[in-house]
Write a protein that binds this ligand. Structure first.
Ligand SMILES: NC(=O)c1ccc[n+]([C@@H]2O[C@H](COP(=O)([O-])OP(=O)(O)OC[C@H]3O[C@@H](n4cnc5c(N)ncnc54)[C@H](O)[C@@H]3O)[C@@H](O)[C@H]2O)c1
Length: 326
C-alpha cells in the first residue's frame, strides 16, 4: 500500500481560505506536488490555480480520475465533505478531509468503512496535534511522566468578523471539534460533560460566537474548553490558543503566542505562525509518514467519531441544560 513513486500527486476539492495554507504545506513537503484543483465557482478556481501554479479541473469527477493524482484534500464546506470524500475514495485516492470531518457520526462511519474496504488512508484534518510540543505532551502523559493527570484546558479566543463566521457553523462545531480531538489525543475520553453557549458580537448571524464545556475524564480528572470568535485576548500571556495539561508530577503548555508575526493573517488580526506550521506538519505526516511509510494518522476517523459524539453531547447539554454521560 505504501508509495514508491518519486512524486505523490495531490489534488484539492475546494479552494477557499484553507486551501492557501494547504498549498503552502504541499509546497514544503518533500516528494509531493500539487497537480490541480477543482472549486465550485470557476472565478475562484482560476485565480487559485494561477496562484498555486497548478491545473484547474472543470469537474470533481475529472480531477479524481486523473492518474497523476494520488491523494485528494477535501477542503469544501462541512456539508459536502462526505460527498467528495466518497467520490475520491471510490476513485482509489487517499483522502485528507478537513475538520469537522462530517455532519454526523453516521457520515464519518461511512467514510471509515469505505476507506477500510478500499484499503486507503482517510485522515481527518486534525492539524493542531501534529505540533512537536503536542506530540511531546502526548508522550509524557502516555509514559506517566506527568504523574496522575488532574486537569486539562483548551482555550481559544480569536475574534472573527461576522461575515467570516457566517461561512461556518457556530463555534461549537467549528472550533470545539479542534478542542475535542486535542483532548482525546493528549489525555483521552471524557465520561461526562456539560456545556453553555452565547452570541455576543454578531448583529444578524444567529449561531453562537462563544461556548464553554466542563468535563470529567475516566481517571476522575476535570477538563475545560473555551472557544470564542467574540473577542481577541490582548492581555499579558494571552489565551489566544492555549492547551494545558496538569499532572501531579508535571505540567505542559502549548501556545499560539510562542511565535507571532506582526502582519494580519487571513482572518486573524496577527499571523500566528503555529497555524500554518501545524498544517505543514499535518500534510507532511499524511503524505510522507502515512502514504510512504504506512504509519497510522495520529488522530484517526475513530477519533473523529468520538470527537463528533462529544460535540453532539455538548449540543444536547446546551439544549437541555443538563450533564450528559458519554
Ligand atoms: N483546520 C483548520 O484550522 C481550519 C480552519 C478553517 C477552515 N477549516 C475547514 O476547511 C473547510 C473549508 O473552509 P474555508 O475556510 O476554506 O472556507 P471558505 O468559505 O473560504 O471555502 C469553502 C469552499 O468550499 C466551496 N463550497 C461550499 N459549498 C460547497 C458545496 N456544497 N460543494 C462544493 N463546494 C462548496 C466554496 O466554493 C469555497 O471555495 C471547512 O470544512 C472548514 O471547517 C479548517
Amino acid at each position: 500500500m505504501t508509495f514508491t513513486k518519486s512524486t505523490i500527486g495531490v489534488g484539492f476539492l475546494g479552494a477557499g481560505d484553507i486551501s492557501i495554507l494547504h498549498a503552502a504545506a504541499v509546497k514544503k513537503c518533500p516528494g509531493a506536488q500539487l497537480v490541480g484543483l477543482w472549486n465550485r465557482s470557476q472565478d475562484r478556481a482560476m485565480q487559485r490555480a494561477i496562484e498555486f501554479g497548478c491545473k484547474n479541473y472543470k469537474t470533481p469527477e475529472e480531477m479524481v480520475a486523473d492518474p497523476n493524482i494520488d491523494a485528494v484534500f477535501v477542503l469544501t464546506n462541512l456539508e459536502s465533505h462526505l460527498e467528495y470524500t466518497r467520490l475520491a475514495l471510490k476513485a482509489g485516492k487517499h483522502v485528507l478531509v478537513e475538520k469537522p470531518v462530517g455532519v454526523s457520526v453516521a457520515e464519518i462511519e461511512q467514510m471509515r468503512s469505505l476507506a477500510a474496504s478500499k484499503k486507503l488512508v482517510c485522515m481527518p484534518g486534525h492539524n493542531y496535534i501534529y505540533e512537536g510540543s503536542m506530540i511531546r505532551t502526548h508522550e509524557l502523559v502516555a509514559a506517566g511522566e506527568l504523574g496522575k493527570i488532574v486537569s486539562a484546558y483548551v482555550m481559544y479566543n480569536i475574534h472573527h468578523p461576522e461575515e467570516v463566521a457566517k461561512r461556518y457553523p457556530g463555534v461549537v462545531r467549528q472550533i470545539l471539534t479542534h478542542h475535542s480531538y486535542i483532548l482525546l489525543y493528549l489525555v483521552g475520553k471524557p465520561v461526562e460533560l456539560c456545556a453553555m453557549k452565547a452570541t455576543l458580537h454578531y448583529k444578524e448571524y444567529p449561531e453562537e460566537d462563544i461556548a464553554m464545556v466542563q468535563m470529567r475524564l475516566s481517571n476522575g480528572a476535570l477538563a475545560h474548553f473555551c472557544a470564542s470568535f467574540a473577542a481577541d485576548d490582548h492581555a499579558a500571556d494571552p489565551w489566544t490558543v492555549v492547551v494545558k495539561v496538569i499532572g501531579t508530577a508535571g505540567s505542559t503548555r502549548y501556545s499560539y503566542r510562542d511565535h507571532v508575526e506582526i502582519k494580519p493573517g487571513l482572518v486573524h488580526s496577527q499571523t500566528y505562525t503555529a497555524y500554518q506550521g501545524s498544517i505543514i506538519n499535518e500534510v507532511r505526516f499524511f503524505l510522507v509518514d502515512c502514504l510512504r511509510m504506512g504509519a497510522q494518522p495520529l488522530s484517526t476517523l475513530e477519533d473523529a467519531i468520538t470527537a463528533q459524539k462529544m460535540i453532539e453531547a455538548a449540543e444536547e447539554s446546551i439544549r437541555n441544560k443538563s450533564v450528559i454521560k458519554l
